[in-house]
Design a protein around this ligand. Sequence first.
Ligand code: GLN
Length: 303
Amino acid sequence: MVFSTLFSELYHSIKKTPNSGEVAQYIPELALVDPNKFGVSLVKLNAENFHFGDAQEKFSIQSIAKVLSLTLAYKICGEKLWERVGVEPSGTAFNSLVQLEYEKGIPRNPFINAGALVVADVLVSELKNPNDDFLAFVNQLCHTQVSYSKQVAASEKSCAYVNTALINLMKSFGNIKNDIDQVMDLYFNLCSIEMTCQELSQTFLFLANDGVCPLSEQEIIDHSKSKRINSIMQLCGFYDEAGEFSFKVGLPGKSGVGGGIVVVRPHEFSMAVWSPKLNAKGNSFLGTKFLEKFTTKIDYSIF
Ligand code: GLN
């Protein structure tokens, strides 16, 4: 299958539907991104890769990085991690505060902001130099040098009112062990990582290969944990749109407010799409439409 031709066809067909999304505004630096960018990249386990559009341009991966921080924390802590964060869909927005009070500071899953803050707290406890060590882990997956964006991290920090509320509430319940500023700094940094679609699809390939990076043949995480991370992506990767994404696209994946979406087809490929305008649930508007058409056209969901 020559995916590049298909990508071009699908892109031109979705471009006809008006893009009613909005670029994320609440992080000032993200609002500056050109809303018309569109890129897609697919990498197969045998290293064959296909690209279309702005696939070589860096963008802010934002919450997509939560899968990578979860992978490292789960690798280090094993099943004990689930004493501090759940694996249930939240049915609420990515930055929602509402469930946290009822559920005594234990976030529903690691992909909502509260859950990712707990995971960042675990990494601060476990890593000697959390910011450097986490980046080294990501670089090992992506096989190039990626970095944090100082501007994006500072921009998010300058108006992190809701994340500050979330972490303080969890601290009051005893579910944040470290200094709040240190945990928030790691969280803003990991969200600020910039990658191209090509780097992102390469980075996630271990999750399509039972936890082993096919390029280096190195086990990143064991088989069972890799399956579990895929299942959390399937059920929780798109916040309160997780059901609809699964219904329409049918692949495990994760979105970010930078407009990126990464999906995995176990034992076949990983794929990243980037289009900055977001729908009302904070997921890329055209990215979601593109993936829906893609898996429908070639009958490529996991079901
Ligand atoms: N850094 C963003 C935040 O904490 C990530 C949100 C997202 O990508 N959904 O709000």
